[in-house]
Design a protein around this ligand. Structure first.
Ligand SMILES: Nc1nc2c(ncn2[C@@H]2O[C@H](COP(=O)(O)OP(=O)(O)OP(=O)(O)O)[C@@H](O)[C@H]2O)c(=O)[nH]1
Length: 574
């Protein structure tokens, strides 16, 4: 009630409102009560309309504008949940100024119109025979864009390079990011139609674009997660990059001279004229490490050494022998990776791949030439990719035997169930429970045994600069090796993956042969303990450790016997 009225005598109307507000039934209307008789109920407040809400009425009396029951206290016009208490009528400080929040988003009709226009524009460009539908502008040296060492932090790309301070962009973040995209809402709501990547025809190469990357700490060290969009499907395929030289100056020092960082060309390139520092930081196109509140860079001595190293690399001087990156092409498996299913070993494989990539690597022989010698025999499985034998090294290097930081990538493809999708995989499981193996179950459902393709993976590797210089591929699957080779990826070595449960068998067999050697025993135990500790540290994999059980054995046996996977079944299980 208003101040001025409080001095006047109370009217019958005021009393009615007061009685209404203090009445038990005012909020929800008359409640059916077993203790009340029909007649008593009829005497309570007459209700001719929808139930009244005392809170709402008091809010109206208190003078709030256009406030509804649903908005009250969680305000469209108050500071959302944070100011709930302040905005209650019982609050001791009703004078507090209300926060007016207004959406900066354009109305939906306007956004739809923009999207339609951009689609038409892209379609028009394609009609005019534009060679690339993805707006990936020409790549430029990333150190020219955002390098803490190149004093370019804070500049708009293409403007002055001498600015040192990072310019805090006064434009709201949502608008900044929308500016980064030609069709406004792309990067937040990726739908196939709004990707600005026109679907490729069946004959053309898929196109990929890395939309963002970020640093993630894991039990296997820090890694960079990259999100890719592509011109073939609507899925977000991922690249998990382990490359410690990007984050750890000590790793950079320990790495052979001239080692190149594993970075996405499409992410690092300039996306639009005048793009801001903040746009690039938010999508992850920065070098080094982001720090909260960092607005300028002060290169340390280590940074300067790193820059020297980079310079040597740029001049083509002093490029030392290095191990090739270890790469795994991993297919999504919700059951194995998220709920810890032991019908397969996919969760364990993902964990194992990251672990192996992160391990320091011993510089061994150059096996490229050895591989090339065998290339003409590639139709034979055994010779497809020879296992390197250090004793056959023909070009020993001074560095041989030295350990260097591991590096590599897991390309995580959203090809659930070997490409048939989760729903169909679940159906296949039921057919397996009826006695069929994984291959037959797929065939019974009308699918191929394996419907996966590796063209998108190959494009992602290419974008990460890993197409031509050679990779080591972590797989037992010959289809993957051939699939990637056909896509132009140079594979110099296949690294096998033994299921952890089977590793125990192999170790036990070995133990029996060498049980006199105590020192080796000790080392093995220590390694086992460290492995165990490393695996325990994670929270991502349910029951992290190894998958095992009779169903897993059947699954693995089918892979070996029916799909040609190159793993040896331990003798005990044969
Ligand atoms: N259709 C089907 N897919 C499965 C089944 N179990 C696991 N998968 C899927 O198989 C894929 C993993 O492929 P695998 O054949 O296990 O292994 P791979 O990746 O081909 O070979 P490696 O590189 O040696 O690991 C994932 O997409 C899983 O979702 C199953 O019973 N049926």
């Amino acid at each position: 009630m208003s101040q001025s009225r409080s001095h006047q005598s109370l009217t019958q109307g005021d009393l009615d409102v007061l009685s209404f507000l203090t009445s038990d039934s005012s909020t929800l209307g008359p409640l059916p009560s077993t203790s009340q008789t029909q007649g008593q109920q009829k005497k309570s407040l007459p209700r001719r309309d929808s139930p009244m809400d005392a809170l709402m009425i008091s809010a109206v009396i208190a003078g709030s504008e256009k406030i509804s029951r649903h908005h009250f206290g969680h305000g469209a016009r108050t500071g959302a949940y944070t100011s709930c208490d302040e905005s209650r009528p019982s609050s001791p400080a009703p004078q507090l100024q209300r926060l007016a929040l207004r959406s900066t988003q354009a109305p939906r009709s306007e956004r739809l119109r923009l999207e339609r226009e951009s689609k038409l524009k892209v379609a028009g460009e394609q009609g005019q025979g534009s060679s690339s539908a993805i707006p990936i502008p020409q790549a430029q040296n990333r150190h020219d864009t955002i390098s803490p060492l190149s004093n370019s932090v804070g500049k708009d790309v293409g403007s002055s390079r001498s600015k040192r301070k990072m310019s805090m962009d006064p434009t709201p973040m949502s608008q900044t990011l929308q500016l980064a995209s030609p069709s406004a809402s792309n990067y937040f709501h990726p739908t196939h139609s709004s990707l600005s990547i026109v679907p490729s025809s069946s004959t053309s190469r898929p196109k990929v674009k890395c939309m963002a990357r970020t640093r993630i700490p894991t039990p296997h060290g820090e890694l960079f997660l990259h999100i890719y969009h592509n011109s073939v499907d609507t899925k977000e395929h991922l690249a998990i990059v382990i490359d410690p030289i990007q984050l750890d100056p000590k790793a950079k020092k320990a790495a052979p001279k001239g080692r190149k960082e594993i970075r996405s060309i499409s992410l690092d390139s300039v996306w639009r004229e005048g793009e801001t520092e903040m746009e690039r930081l938010v999508r992850g196109a920065y070098t080094g490490r982001l720090l909260p509140g960092q607005t300028e860079s002060n290169p340390s001595q280590e940074d300067i050494e790193m820059a020297d190293n980079d310079a040597a690399q740029a001049n083509g001087n002093e490029v030392e022998e290095d191990v090739k990156p270890l790469v795994r092409i991993h297919s999504e498996c919700y059951t194995g990776e998220t709920i810890g299913s032991m019908r397969c070993d996919c969760g364990e494989q993902l964990d194992e791949a990251l672990r192996q990539i992160a391990l320091p690597q011993e510089l061994k022989l150059q096996i490229t030439s050895q591989f090339q010698q065998h290339a003409h025999l590639s139709h034979l499985r055994e010779d497809l990719l020879p296992t390197p034998d250090p004793s056959r090294s023909s070009s020993p290097s001074n560095n041989l035997g030295k350990f260097v930081p591991g590096r590599g990538v897991v390309i995580y493809l959203r090809q659930e169930g070997r490409g048939i999708g989760l729903l169909e995989k679940i159906r296949a499981y039921n057919l397996q429970d009826l006695g069929n193996d994984t291959v037959t179950a797929n065939l019974l459902l009308g699918h191929g045994a394996d419907e996966r393709k590796y063209d998108i993976a190959a494009e992602m590797l290419k974008d990460l600069g890993l197409k031509e210089n050679g990779i080591r591929l972590l797989t037992n699957n010959p289809e993957k090796v051939i699939g990637l080779q056909n896509e132009g990826i140079k594979i110099i070595e296949r690294v096998g993956m033994t299921p952890r449960d089977w590793q125990c068998f192999t170790q036990n067999e070995n133990n029996n042969n060498n049980n006199n050697n105590n020192e080796e025993e000790e080392q093995k135990k220590e390694k086992e303990f460290n492995d165990w500790r490393e695996r325990r540290a994670g929270v991502g994999l349910i029951g992290a450790g190894s998958a095992k059980g009779i169903e897993l054995e059947k699954y693995l046996r089918t892979k070996v016997e029916r799909m040609g996977h190159m793993i040896d079944i331990p003798e005990n299980l044969q």
